[in-house]
Ligand binder design. Sequence first.
Ligand SMILES: C[S@@+](CC[C@H](N)C(=O)[O-])C[C@H]1O[C@@H](n2cnc3c(N)ncnc32)[C@H](O)[C@@H]1O
Length: 181
Amino acid sequence: MKAPTPTPDPVVQGHLSVLPNEVLAVLRPERGGLSLVDCTFGWGGHSRSLLAAAPDNKVLALDCDPEAAVRAAELKQEFGDRFRFELSNFAELDAIVTAPVDGILFDFGLASSHYDNPERGFSFRHDGPTDMRLNPATGISAAEFFRNRARNRSGNSRTRLRRRAALAGCGAGDPRGTRYR
Ligand SMILES: C[S@@+](CC[C@H](N)C(=O)[O-])C[C@H]1O[C@@H](n2cnc3c(N)ncnc32)[C@H](O)[C@@H]1O
């Protein structure tokens, strides 16, 4: 006999997973023997309830935030081989999931911890560096993005000014006169 679906614990270490009952109603993990993918692990509330719903369910979880990887280690300890975590963008799903699965869950967006920690740059309430990367080890921060953009824009407007000046034949704004670049 399959284990009954437990009522999901709404609070996993201070993080509230959204629509926990709806997720269970759609994926029906109590069927057991399922191979499920949680593309947005976050604090792991959904993954945990999918694993807890039947003793032979397996969950592959993805998240691109290294902090999620730390939390995933706790689930790994608890559920062993039934749980696997990949620090990855779900855009890579095709490459990561190569065998058929029984269900895929996306819970798009940020976790509340992203907003709560000023260092991540998402907070509406606290000052912090304008980082805004889900994985701060990759790419550039939002601050750098805007700095680059401002530089490019001012470069573009100088180019426009030179072109206008060249068309007017006065060379104003361009010490090299009417040459185009
Ligand atoms: C709303 S939270 C998920 C909460 C999770 N369902 C739970 O129960 O705790 C969304 C998560 O998706 C992750 N995320 C956002 N965009 C992603 C992407 N392109 N690839 C992988 N993870 C992503 C975020 O880092 C965040 O942890």
